[in-house]
Design a protein around this ligand. Structure first.
Ligand SMILES: [Fe+2]
Length: 242
């Protein structure tokens, strides 16, 4: 399988501007050492949403292989399809000048678009057996916002376990107050704080854990803390906090 690059992840969730900002400081080279600026600029215009490839084959034993495959190949693929369908429906509405179903289209765009963005980040929030540690900048930001790494993880785990029905636990950078905050998202799109950039996300829809953990969400979340990809999270924080 092909590793989902930082550039691809950002582009697929519409954060390509962040990679452009990286390139402008000389930081934006991809795995092949190519400049990201030229690609980002020449890409231009809206792109269809696509399902990113996973960067690993297995996250066992924390997440069982059948769940990983179903989650990525079926559930996430459904959000990609839904987001593209919502975009197409809005294009048709504009062409026809008919906004009779605008509420439905906008709700579908928010649900599927947010589902695609969060799943894209979810795959890069994990690594088999975990990877790396928070960068010095991320560690300093965590200490400033939460008091310590342990207090941040405790709040993140508590908030994630307590999500009502289906949703997400999210560690995010909030750029106005320049702080990190832990958020819950119900479904994919509810309870956000606008402007926040997700750094680390944990999916607690039942499709993420039910085959292995049944109704024991807390057990899944606790195990999930052990496979966090701090390297990717640190890269995201570095771009978001510039
Ligand atoms: Fe999911």
């Amino acid at each position: 399988m092909v590793r989902l690059s930082r550039r691809d992840a950002l582009r697929s969730i519409g954060l390509g501007g962040l990679s452009l900002a990286m390139a402008a400081t000389g930081c934006g080279t991809n795995e092949e050492g190519e400049s990201e600026m030229e690609e980002t600029v020449s890409a231009g215009g809206p792109q269809p949403y696509t399902l990113p490839a996973l960067g690993y084959k297995s996250l066992e034993p924390v997440i069982d292989d059948p769940t990983l495959a179903l989650h990525h190949d079926k559930h996430h693929a459904g959000y990609v399809k839904g987001a593209n369908a919502a975009v197409a429906a809005l294009e048709e509405a504009r062409a026809a000048g008919d906004y009779g179903l605008i509420k439905n289209h906008e709700r579908a765009l928010a649900f599927h678009g947010s589902g695609h963005a969060l799943h894209t980040l979810y795959w890069t929030s994990m690594w088999p057996k975990g990877r790396g540690k928070p960068s010095d900048d991320l560690a300093a930001a965590v200490n400033a916002s939460f008091g310590s790494h342990e207090k941040m993880l405790a709040q993140f785990a508590a908030a994630t376990k307590a999500v009502e029905a289906s949703g997400w636990g999210i560690l995010a950078h909030e750029p106005i107050g320049k702080r990190l905050m832990v958020l819950q998202a119900e479904r994919h799109q509810d309870l956000t704080v606008w402007g926040c950039v997700p750094i680390l996300v944990c999916d607690v829809w039942e499709h993420a854990y039910y085959l292995k953990y049944q109704n024991r969400r807390a057990e899944y979340v606790q195990a999930w803390l052990g496979i966090i990809d701090w390297q990717s999270a640190s890269e995201r924080f570095g771009m978001a906090a510039r």
